[in-house]
Design a binder for this molecule. Structure first.
Ligand SMILES: Nc1ncnc2c1ncn2[C@@H]1O[C@H](COP(=O)(O)O)[C@@H](OP(=O)(O)O)[C@H]1O
Ligand SMILES: [Mg+2]
Ligand SMILES: [Mg+2]
Ligand SMILES: [Mg+2]
Length: 355
């Protein structure tokens, strides 16, 4: 059966847009209510709330699909304070358009149902069937710092990403605003900010301004043509523990790039290069044993490829989303326009080989 994924894209865009209304409310509140996960990484009431709203929307339209989501509710079951703060946000966050809200199935029944919904994201992933990957807040550290963050949703079918959506409340709406070194720091969702990226395999990538109700009109986006690699703008993580900034600096030097990197949190990096605001995204392993999570890459990988880019790991292999909740077969990420990807990859390989 041929499949155009029109309904999947529509629901994913609306679900992400609604979830960002919740994260923006949290962003503007002083008490962000963080908890610490087993791996010591932070999670906020925004992460839990956004995950609940997205899963609830997916369940309404696609009840048979599997879901891989980053967060789980166990910490909330033991913490009534945290739980009720999240429920307060979830039950009062709605799109201000009746038809759009209806497409998402409206709200969640009660607090207990919310916890169960959050826990519906425990699929093991894999190579068979329809599986959604959700990162309710990607770049949680950036979110807490007032940097970039993204609400991320991807649909994989038989291990291949078919639909990808990124909501980036703190990026400029205008695709032509080039990244500078301030793009990742001290950002807010003031006037002129907030963009939704979307892509369907084989149909290209788009951006549109975020709204509080129905979807706004979209524009196709494309990666920028790199005439001269020495003038390229590359982005990397703010967190030195997530991507080796030392290796990135050596790779840049090898390519003759003198401009400092743009450091920003989250998959906003993928969105930014896909729209031509920057050129390259390098994610270079710091720890040999770390496995990248599928929800950190699924949407961004498709959006960049549909905008004319190539995304591989540091060895040049495509990211393999078919092996579970992590990218167990890949290390790092190299995303670049098609015409220069192999040149960048050569530089990456030679720098990493020399270590
Ligand atoms: N050692 C590590 N190496 C690479 N990525 C890591 C990591 N530890 C955590 N991460 C992931 O890095 C993501 C943020 O990426 P970035 O640095 O590009 O903003 C985090 O997503 P969350 O913020 O959703 O937890 C987390 O999943
Ligand atoms: Mg996290
Ligand atoms: Mg993440
Ligand atoms: Mg996250």
């Amino acid at each position: 059966m041929s499949h155009h994924y029109a309904q999947e894209l529509q629901i994913a865009l609306l679900a992400v847009q609604r979830a960002t209304l919740l994260t923006k409310r949290v962003f503007h509140e002083k008490a962000k209510g963080t908890a610490s996960k087993d791996d010591k990484s932070p999670v906020t009431i925004g992460d839990f709330g956004a995950q609940a709203l997205i899963i609830s929307a997916l369940r309404h339209s696609f009840p048979g699909d599997e879901i891989v989501a980053e967060e789980e509710a166990s910490a909330l079951r033991e913490n009534e304070g945290l739980r009720s703060q999240i429920w307060e946000l979830v039950k009062t966050t709605k799109l201000n358009d009746t038809s759009a809200e209806e497409q998402l199935g409206g709200g969640i029944k009660d607090e207990a149902a919310m916890l169960d919904i959050i826990d519906e994201g425990k699929s093991k992933g894999g190579a068979k069937g329809r599986i959604w990957a959700i990162d309710p807040i990607d770049g949680t550290k950036g979110f807490l710092r007032g940097g970039q963050y993204a609400v991320c949703l991807g649909l994989m079918v038989d291990g291949d990403v078919k639909v990808g959506v990124l909501g980036c409340p703190n990026l400029p709406v205008d695709d032509s605003v080039s990244l500078d070194t301030k793009a990742g720091v001290d950002q807010s969702d003031e006037e002129g900010k907030g963009v939704l990226f979307g892509a369907v395999q084989g149909q290209g990538a788009t951006s549109r301004p975020m709204s509080t109700g129905r979807l706004q009109g979209s524009k196709p986006i494309h990666m920028k043509r790199v005439e001269d690699i020495t003038q390229a703008t590359f982005c990397e993580s703010v967190e030195a523990g997530h991507s080796s900034q030392d290796d990135a600096a050596k790779i840049a030097q090898k390519l003759g790039i003198a401009k400092p990197s743009v450091r920003m949190d989250s998959q906003a990096k993928y969105g930014s290069i896909a729209r031509g605001a920057g050129d390259l995204y390098l994610r270079l392993p710091v720890r040999k044993d770390y496995q990248e999570k599928i929800w950190d890459h699924a949407a961004g990988d498709l959006i960049v490829r549909e905008a004319g880019g190539v995304v591989t790991d540091v060895e040049g292999s495509r990211l393999d989303f078919s092996v579970g909740r992590t990218l167990a077969e890949n290390k790092g990420v190299i995303a670049a326009p098609k015409a220069v990807h192999s040149q960048v990859l050569d530089a990456v390989k030679s720098v990493l080989a020399a270590k």
